[in-house]
Design a protein around this ligand. Structure first.
Ligand SMILES: [Zn+2]
Length: 400
């Protein structure tokens, strides 16, 4: 919102250098091991116009902030509001340029918990005293600081959607009027947010569009098509974000049933190189324990290596279950190392951490150290049939 981008040139150069470096790394790294295969990518859930929000948090005005870094939390916030991923990327490309996703950053590069009139502050570098006061008032009402990430996101959401907001009065609905299926959708969303919401004196679209592209590639898994710009706000059939609820034979699907109903192939297709299953679901999707067991490792590894932030569960009888590539494996209450979990219990939210090229859940089952094929088990659970004994699952034939 500031008349200039907020960062001092030195910081800005560093950010640009980091962005260039990130680009360079992308070029040299060989194809990751645990990746969505091309077939899966073309079947991404967002291609379905009936795609519903991935996550519901009943009883609260705003969703939980799920993720390991601010960018991921912001992505998940808008996704839970059912904003189309292309539009989220447009918003976030702007935020990257304004604040680098830091809610406490002050124009010039220092940090503070509260804004000063006339000086850019926070995610969108709000500058006018009037808008800053609205932010401060909302923070007070929530018992939090104006620098709180959730408070700022709620404020942005209010500005974008409430008829009484300055933005809505001035600009109407240009962001949500962007057709996310058009070939210029990402550019249009980024530009409209830049001109109508941020309105800097020097509109640097190319920098913001590059950032939007990186964000969409990182969190979107694919360039989505299908669906409205705001995916229906009213209808809501998703289970509470706590447990799957439907157990068959004492076991649970690792996701809500709707993902199996949406496309059973996500659960039954072969894995790319060894017995396991890759289930494509958006970042932030609740993941449940298939079986009861004891958490023996969470997170499974760092956000960057191998399984990413996953959960490893000892299900007894020599059976180990590994849930990989989560956003928050190891940080969910009741699913930390040493905890005993029930089938259907929420253990993490899916993500794109570790060696992964697109958002998905990697499910691996080991019986006495040997990897077995989860596909028959998942298919039976998805169909509501009695699941096969895990020890009887095939040890080959589900990889290519
Ligand atoms: Zn995998």
């Amino acid at each position: 919102m500031s008349s200039h981008a907020i960062m001092r040139p030195r910081i800005k150069r560093a950010v640009q250098a980091a962005a260039l470096l990130a680009g360079a790394i992308l070029i040299v790294i060989p194809q990751p091991v645990s990746a969505l295969d091309p077939v899966t990518s073309t079947l991404h859930p967002w291609y379905n116009p009936d795609f519903k929000a991935n996550r519901c948090v009943p009883g609260t005005g705003s969703p939980q902030l799920v993720g390991s870094e601010n960018a991921e939390k912001i992505w998940n916030y808008f996704l839970a509001k059912r904003v189309h991923p292309v539009l989220i990327a447009g918003i976030m490309g702007n935020m990257q340029a304004e604040s680098g996703f830091r809610p406490d950053i002050v124009q010039g590069g220092s940090t503070s918990n509260t804004p000063r009139p006339g000086v850019g502050f926070g995610l969108s570098q709000w500058t006018p005293a009037g808008r800053q006061k609205l932010l401060i008032d909302r923070a007070k009402a929530a018992g939090k600081q104006p620098s709180d990430l959730g408070v700022q996101l709620d404020y942005i959401w209010w500005e974008l959607t409430d008829q009484a907001s300055f933005y809505k009065k001035r600009a109407g609905d240009p962001l949500f009027a962007v057709d996310p299926n058009s070939s210029s959708a990402l550019r249009d969303a980024t530009n409209v947010y830049l001109l109508k919401y941020e309105a800097p004196k020097v509109p640097n679209l190319s920098e913001r569009l590059s950032a939007a592209k990186r964000i969409l590639a990182k969190y979107g898994g694919n360039t989505p098509t299908g669906g409205g710009s705001v995916i229906s706000e009213s209808e809501d059939a998703c289970a509470p974000d706590g447990s799957n609820g439907s157990l068959i034979g004492g076991m649970s699907l690792p996701t809500d049933q709707k993902w199996y109903d949406h496309n059973p192939r996500f659960f039954t297709k072969p894995h790319h190189d060894y017995p396991a299953a890759d289930i494509p679901v958006p970042v932030g999707t609740p993941i449940y324990a298939v079986t009861a067991g004891t958490v023996i490792q969470a997170p499974t590894s760092s956000a960057r290596s191998g399984y990413g932030l996953g959960v490893k569960i000892d299900a007894g009888n020599g059976i180990i279950m590994i849930y990989g590539h989560g956003t928050d494996g190891g940080s969910i209450q009741g699913a930390k190392k040493g905890d005993v979990v029930k089938p259907g219990q929420l253990i993490m939210h899916s993500g794109n951490t570790g060696r992964s090229t697109g958002p998905h859940l990697h499910l691996e089952i080991r019986v006495n150290g040997t990897k077995v094929c989860p596909q028959n088990l998942l298919d039976a659970l998805g169909k509501g049939q009695t699941p096969p004994d895990i020890k009887s699952l095939p040890r080959s034939g589900c990889s290519y």
